[in-house]
Design a binder for this molecule. Structure first.
Ligand code: ATP
Length: 295
């Protein structure tokens, strides 16, 4: 089962499923090599962390995984399927969902309506089974009708039920990101990518998000969480990858990665071997590692 006591549109990931695998990905954007030969795996039932300073290439790698950006080289597999050349829509259909660092701001809708629309879209697109055309049509209609009923459940799970009737454009950025998470969960994902989900969240919501991510992993979802703040990602992930200048410079259990001299050099400014792989000048200045917003 995936996504949390929510009805599933796909079979649960089998224990033998390999999850998401990214290999040798290189991305060039307007003369900048944003990602250089990056590789990572996100197995079902785990939270995988992806940290790196601003400009390290985290969002670009998420874009490659979700099909929003074509890499110059490299591959993306989900279980046995090679998704490298497939469109974003096909990847979404196969169960890859994500949140964005800059959440979508719907001008005319409430938070609840935006989540309901996502749930209806998923109900319309997923395979409901059924032996005859009529069976399938009836099941799809029922699922679309039921989608509205899931909105409260999804918002409650994210801890933002009280924002259901607020215009999406008016809620604080952290809440807008959580609304994006509710929309992603509406798709009952097998793989969930979160880009900077803790940004702008007060401590109370940040802790609730950590619990939610662990719960999703326990339900079999392959969770990839990207961020530049070390602590929240360290606290929640089973395996951590560190991107620096577009390269994965360390990967492994969080405690080991944190102690790695290359990571300490990249993050804490300590002298270390990483000084030889700085991002190109076009990457621009990096901000200091931020701490969490107090509640
Ligand atoms: N549209 C673009 N045009 C030019 N350069 C880009 C573009 N998008 C990304 N880049 C460059 O690619 C590199 C990686 O950017 P990316 O946004 O993936 O990093 P990031 O780790 O997600 O950082 P941040 O947390 O600041 O978004 C940076 O050098 C960035 O300047």
């Amino acid at each position: 089962m995936r996504a949390a006591g929510l009805r599933t549109g796909r079979e649960a990931p089998m224990s033998t499923a390999q999850g998401l695998r990214v290999a040798d990905v290189t991305v060039r954007i307007r003369g900048v090599t944003a990602v250089r030969g990056a590789a990572l795996t996100v197995p079902p039932g785990t939270v995988t962390g992806l940290i790196g300073p601003d400009g390290a290439g985290k969002t670009t790698l998420c874009d490659v995984i979700t099909g929003l950006r074509r890499p110059a080289a490299g591959t993306v597999h989900l279980d046995d399927a090679d998704l490298t050349g497939s469109a974003a829509r096909e990847r979404a259909r196969r169960g890859i969902a994500r949140t964005f660092q800059e959440p979508e701001r719907c001008r005319s809708r409430t938070v609840g309506e935006s989540v309901r629309d996502a749930a209806r879209r998923h109900a319309a697109e997923r395979d409901h089974g059924g032996r005859t055309v009529r069976d399938r049509w009836t099941r799809r209609r029922e699922a679309q009708r039921d989608a509205g009923a899931r909105v409260g459940e999804l918002l409650a799970r994210d801890g933002i039920a009280e924002f259901a009737d607020r215009p999406a454009r008016e809620v604080p950025p952290g809440v807008a990101r959580l609304a994006g998470l509710a929309r992603a969960l509406a798709a009952e994902p097998a793989v969930l990518l979160l880009d900077e989900p803790w940004a702008g969240l007060p401590d109370r919501r940040a802790r609730a998000l950590e619990v939610l991510l662990r719960d999703l992993a326990a339900e079999g979802v392959a969770v990839l969480v990207a961020g530049h703040d070390l602590e929240p990602v360290l606290g929640v992930c089973d395996v951590l990858h560190v991107l620096h200048g577009g390269r994965v410079i360390a990967a492994g259990p969080p405690a080991e990665v944190r102690a790695d001299p290359r990571v300490r050099a990249a993050y804490l400014g300590e002298p270390g071997p990483v000084t030889t792989c700085r991002p190109s000048a076009a990457a621009g200045p990096r901000r200091a590692v931020r701490t969490r917003t107090p509640s």
